[in-house]
Design a protein around this ligand. Structure first.
Ligand SMILES: *[C@@H]1O[C@H](CO)[C@@H](O)[C@H](O)[C@H]1NC(C)=O
Ligand SMILES: *[C@@H]1O[C@H](CO)[C@@H](O)[C@H](O)[C@H]1NC(C)=O
Ligand SMILES: *[C@@H]1O[C@H](CO)[C@@H](O)[C@H](O)[C@H]1NC(C)=O
Ligand SMILES: [Zn+2]
Length: 222
């Protein structure tokens, strides 16, 4: 879909999630959160808050181990356990998943398709995790903006192009400063932020999911 950007945050729900939600709300930006099953037990309110703010939830597996190194049974367990704990704390089972490190070869792709998942990659990477230890957050922000500036600001045309941006919600500078830089650059260039569901077009959640009325203005689940 031309003219849209899906802004995605991986590896949460983490300790900066509340700050991220209030930042996105103040900027009127919709995002998608690829969460880890293993993070949910420590932040059991996180998923509901994400939904209540109108964002989309998606799966990033349970343990963040490489799917390509697992047996089919283990891959299924990763996905099922994540969907189960997400359902327990939010009422939804996600349809979209992102593989840890984006690694999902032929067998993994088949397992995901058989379970009904849409495997979701990205085409702009902030690489924010590489810069989390920079002493000056502004240096980290500038480095993380490299692909956004090259691919979106310099080279793209909102009449034809669209992007999925990858970022992580577990690094402080990334939530505190990088979000502002990304949102400003993307909006200034004339793009509209949408959920992955709106960008790709398949419903965000599996049948049987119960989505709060405040969330997901675009699709209803019965
Ligand atoms: C927020 O975004 C929505 C959807 O893009 C738009 O309809 C609405 O006008 C925006 N509101 C403000 C205050 O910018
Ligand atoms: C995962 O769930 C699917 C159904 O959703 C089921 O067919 C499969 O056997 C489950 N696999 C494991 C290992 O739990
Ligand atoms: C970051 O980039 C901006 C704009 O390109 C520049 O003005 C600023 O000096 C840079 N800051 C650092 C700390 O590199
Ligand atoms: Zn990850």
């Amino acid at each position: 879909m031309p003219g849209v950007v899906a802004y995605t945050f991986d590896d949460g729900p983490g300790i900066y999630n509340d700050l991220l939600l209030s930042k996105l709300a103040s900027k009127n930006v919709t995002a998608t959160f690829f969460v880890l099953g293993s993070m949910i037990a420590a932040n059991t309110d996180g998923l509901k808050k994400i939904l209540d703010h109108g964002h989309q939830l998606a799966s990033h597996t349970y343990t963040h181990r490489s799917l390509d190194d697992m047996s089919v049974g283990l891959m299924q367990q990763e996905m099922n356990a994540t969907a189960d704990i997400m359902f327990k704390y939010s009422g939804i089972r996600p349809r979209y998943m992102r593989a840890p490190e984006g690694r999902c070869e032929k067998t993994c792709l088949k397992v995901m398709a058989d379970l009904g998942y849409v495997v979701t990659h990205w085409n702009v990477d902030t690489n924010d995790w590489r810069y989390k230890d920079e002493k000056n957050p502004q240096v980290a922000v500038n480095k993380s903006m490299k692909e956004v500036n090259e691919a979106i600001v310099k080279k793209s045309d909102p009449a034809k192009d669209s992007f999925i941006i990858l970022q992580h919600e577990i690094h402080k500078f990334s939530v505190e400063y990088l979000v502002d830089a990304v949102v400003d650059a993307v909006q200034k260039k004339g793009y509209r932020f949408v959920s992955i569901e709106e960008c790709i077009g398949k419903p965000a959640y599996m049948d049987g999911s119960v989505v709060p009325a405040t969330s997901h203005k675009h699709t209803h689940y019965f």
